[in-house]
Design a protein around this ligand. Structure first.
Ligand code: MG
Length: 370
């Protein structure tokens, strides 16, 4: 296994490496949204997640709560032991999703590729013609902070793992460029468990063999690493430790259709019951397409009759929509058109397809001030 030195060409000269990958991480996202929307929570230990009376866990906590040693995924009762005066709030995903959508719109406005990771993180591949990706990243960070009134940390580098490490570097409100200088100076001392893509288990396996930092890994004999991790994993981690791991930014899977189906224990005969099922299924389906920021044009209703025949009907709307009521009424219409043939129904399915992406990017010029 011979790996090139980062930033050096075959004859050892330094190459110019474009810092074209940005990683954005919102700071204490859910807790910050709650503090922003309720000023009485500002400056207080706020914990979003399950209640301490139940078996809930902490989803997010404010920086004030972190001072007490509270962190996400900790059982809520433990968090309350650590900080009895902490304020516990239930998660309100619809609100967080709304903010998240706004953030993505701002990121997409730069014209690059955006890969969201959950609600509070995203990778951005800056557009190919961008001459100064670092400057563009500062503009995006500033824009997000001003438009959402929430703090975020940004990392910029030439690949995804380094950009992610950079965004962790100086939280909250950080802006870090993980350049070749940092790869040489800082990366060798980084603990392996801090590398994105090295899970706690892998880190433990390596630590048992005395390999805890990138430097150790780079010096360890190849056959030992392969024995511990297997060939392909050993290679991936070798690339990570040298800052050379590449992974494309993908703007997400673009599904062709999304379905929701329900099988009934007993044949359903009453059309009002069928309508009730349609309403529930449509609610779930619309939630899923909203999460992906899609809008659908075509709706298909499938019904399996008590004699196991499948019947389906489709309709295409004049414009794409995520409006639950519009889609539900269309589904009722399709159901009504089947009434002549339908007696007992064993299974019902709804499918939305013909998607479009409703977020038309607002134009962003690099130095515009609003
Ligand atoms: Mg975060």
């Amino acid at each position: 296994m011979r790996l090139p030195t980062p930033g050096a060409s075959a004859d050892g000269r330094r190459e110019h490496v474009a810092m074209h990958i940005m990683h954005l991480d919102m700071d204490a996202f859910y807790a910050s949204v709650e503090q922003r929307d309720d000023p009485s929570l500002q400056g207080k230990a706020v914990i979003v997640g399950g209640s301490p009376e139940s078996r809930g866990v902490v989803s997010a906590c404010s920086y004030e709560a972190r001072k007490f040693g509270i962190h996400s995924a900790m059982p809520s009762y433990r968090a309350r032991q650590l900080c009895p005066e902490a304020i516990f709030l239930p998660t309100d995903f619809s609100r967080y999703r709304e903010v998240s959508r706004r953030i993505r719109r701002i990121l997409r406005s730069a014209g690059g590729l955006v890969q969201p990771v959950g609600l509070d993180e995203a990778y951005v591949q800056m557009p190919a013609d961008c001459e100064d990706p670092v400057a563009l990243a500062t503009v995006l960070q500033d824009r997000i902070q001003r438009h959402t009134r929430l703090s975020c940390s940004v990392g910029v580098s030439f690949n995804k793992p380094l950009a992610k490490m950079a965004s962790e570097w100086d939280k909250p409100g950080g802006f870090t460029v993980f350049d070749l200088e940092m790869v040489r100076r800082v990366l060798p001392d980084m603990p392996l468990r801090d590398l994105p893509g090295v899970g706690p288990q892998t880190a433990q396996q390596l630590a048992r063999n005395g390999i805890t930092r990138c430097r150790d890994y780079c010096r360890a004999p190849l056959d030992q690493l392969v024995r511990i991790l297997g060939k392909s994993r050993a290679w991936d981690v070798a690339l990570l430790c040298r800052g050379l791991y590449r992974d494309t930014v993908s703007d997400g899977e673009r599904p062709k259709s999304m379905s929701q189906e329900r099988t009934f224990h007993q044949d359903v005969e009453d059309p009002r019951d069928l309508q009730e099922h349609i309403s529930l299924m449509m609610g779930e389906l619309c939630e899923r397409i909203r999460q992906r920021e899609l809008a659908a044009s075509t709706l298909t209703l499938k019904v399996r009759l008590s004699d196991f025949r499948d019947v389906s009907r489709s309709t295409t709307l004049s414009s794409p929509t995520v409006d639950e009521e519009v889609l539900r009424n269309e589904a009722f219409g399709l159901l009504a058109s089947l009434f002549g043939q339908v007696r007992g129904v064993r299974l019902m399915g709804l499918t939305l397809s013909n998607f479009s992406y409703p977020d038309v990017p607002e134009q962003l010029s690099l130095f515009s001030q609003h």
